[in-house]
Each structure stands twice: as structure tokens, then as C-alpha cells.
Design a protein around this ligand. Sequence first.
Ligand code: ZN
Length: 213
Amino acid sequence: MIPTQGCVQWLVRPIGFQALIRRCPRCALKRHFFPGGTFRVNAQKKILDIWSIYKCEICEYTWNIDIVSRVNISKIDQALYERFLSNDQEEICRRAFDYNALLRANNVLGPPPDFDVDGDDLTAFAGTPQLSVDIKLQYPIPVRLVTILAKKLNLSRSHIVNLMEAGMITGVSGRDLNRKARPVQMIALDVGGVMAAGGPRCLPEPGGSRDAP
Ligand SMILES: [Zn+2]
């Protein structure tokens, strides 16, 4: 029996890191810097400084980004401190995508990273009339909802807007579509209607980077 309603979770996962732009003294040019995957911890007289070490993408010149500045060591959570000491990679990611903290520290952001959308494709739900889609961002990258849907459904952004206007994509307004995606968002798809719009994964993308069946 075909269920009348399905649900799926799509996880938007950045590929690589958010770039920061800075003049590299060795290259003598503005370059993109990315996390190298290590913290530097300095505790002197109970005063703690912690940096995330970034590297120039061209020459690997290192640059320390402030994470914790001049904090009394008694004030830091012990489990968090251990994560800094052990170069915990989740903590590296959390800091690398903490946009508020990056901007507070006057960093200049480069272009956001590309991303993948994990989770079953629409084709897995062929025959299910209505699909609830729970869209989650693994990290709060600045990407518009329309861009996420276009990528996952392998349709153009204008196709996505047309589908929303035709009632095939519901639970979202045109304004929301063009806004930066929220950390968690629920939409609903008319599976048949969306698949008829060009067929997810059925057409090669212009440029042909995606697998054609
Ligand atoms: Zn450089």
C-alpha cells in the first residue's frame, strides 16, 4: 500500500569551511584562509587564550583567530577546555561556522562553502502524494532556501519559485525561499507535481557535473 504522506529529513552539510579573507604577508595579496584543524592554547598565570589556527590556502602561512581571549582558567568549562586541548574537530567546525563570533572579531568573510544535501532523494518517494521535508542545516551557513531546494531537486531556482507559486511546494512563502535558510525548516512537496517539473536527477545539469542516469 502506498502511504498518502511520507516524511524525510534533508541535512545541509557544508563541504569544507567558511573562508576568511585576509592579506597574506607571504603572498603579499588578499587570500582565503581556512581552519588548519588545530587550536593553540596558552595558559599563563591562570589567564587563558585560545586560537584556532587558520592557513592561507595558497602558501599555508598561519594566522591565529581569537576563540577565547584573556579568560580566567577557572571560568572555562572543563569539558570544553579538553576539547580545545585535544583539537576536537567538531569544536573546530563549530567555531569555524560561528558567524556571529567571526563577525564580532572583525573578520572579513569570503564566499560561503559549497554544500551537499544528505537524505533520500524525491525519487525514493515516487507514488507518495505528499512529502513532508524537514530541512536542517548542520552549521548555519548563509545559503538561501531556494538554492538548497534547487540543488536537491536538480531544478533551476526559477523552477522552484514556479513550483511554490503553483502550490507544489508549500509551507514556505516566496520571501522565505529567497531568504537565508533557517537552522530548521519544514516544507511539504507534492511529489508528482515536483517530479513532473523536470524530474529530479533525470536531467543532466547544464555543465554536466551531475551524474546522468
Ligand atoms: Zn599566502
